[in-house]
Design a protein around this ligand. Sequence first.
Ligand code: T4K
Length: 375
Amino acid sequence: MNELIAKNNPVYVTQPFMPPLSEFNVYLEKIWRSKKLTNNGEFHKQLEQILCEYLGVKYISLFANGTLALITALQTLGIKGEVITTPYSFVATTHALWWNNIKPVFCDIDPDSFNLDPDKIEKAITSKTTAILPVHVYGNPCNVEKIQKIADSYKLKVIYDAAHAFGVKQKGNSILNYGDLSILSFHATKVFHTFEGGAIISHDEETKKRIDHLKNFGFVSEISVIEPGINAKMNEVQAAMGLLQLKYIDKNIEQRKTVFDLYTKELKNINGIKLNEIYDGISYNYGYFPIFVDENKFGMSRDALFEKLKENNIFVRRYFYPLISNFPKYKELNSAKKTNLSIANKLADQVICLPIYTDLEFEYINKICSIIKTN
Ligand code: T4K
């Protein structure tokens, strides 16, 4: 029986940041009084405006969740045919293509950033390709310049799944400013959350308007519906949580960095454990702490380590295992063959994401590291 991490108080891969309830109650009282619960309410409007300023982007449209934002982003640009994407992501990335009747074409990833390898994209382009859907996995920026160059020369659209990349900047510029559109997730497990939630970042007013119509059934006025939109609106309680989260976001990211640095210090020289590299010139959000276990060098398999942590009441996640391309719905696709995705398959078999969140106690981090070290 572990004394430090007790069964009735387990450690999870993440925990949402909960602002003081008294502060949330102030928002709730306003919502109660106004009786405006959803459909572009006051808090919704405020959050869109403040997020634009905080993130350094031109236009943002809030959504009920990140998956609906992804599905709508593809609708907004009228994407059809085939889209090149990464198998190393949460299933929602590929599911969004499926929901739009688009064929996913999987492309292998880069072993250091864990993102789509731009050098392998061109080989996957066919006459049916209309877009590229990369993911900034764990908040690591994709090679946005190279991807844009390929997109420009083949006249393809680029939609970034930036679900993990809230606040990430490259040379001072938001990573969300690249590509035609980017989507965010504000799920409870994310660095910034609104219980459930998401957003699309766009770069011009016309596109922002179109997105806003599409997330509201296609309505452009009380009696006019321009096309079959969906109901993907964020409600006022979600928006209020977002406003409150923003008050604490810088401090929260700073605390996450402390956790990230402590893990890095403890785990950086272990034979058979590879860490997520951090590069100069990038502001990270420290949303995830993936480690990659090379069984031959480490002397224990990833899954054995996963079980050992579990026995100690530490519930980690293997993001992203299984690979999306190995799920029954997608595995028969030509591009899903393991020989086409060797790096993604290898990393998916090695990955464990360790617990990381704002108020994770240092003694727990030390305990987790000592379990890993005494394999
Ligand atoms: N694209 C990418 C690249 C994504 O990663 C995601 C979502 C999306 C798109 C889609 O965005 P959304 O439609 O979700 O907005 C979680 C999340 O459900 C999912 O949002 C996220 N990615 C994915 C990476 O992780 P699970 O199945 O691992 O979540 P769950 O419920 O097992 O939570 C993990 C741990 O977090 C739990 O063990 C305990 C803790 N937890 C969780 C929740 C929900 C809490 O302490 N409180 C909570 O309320 O998928």
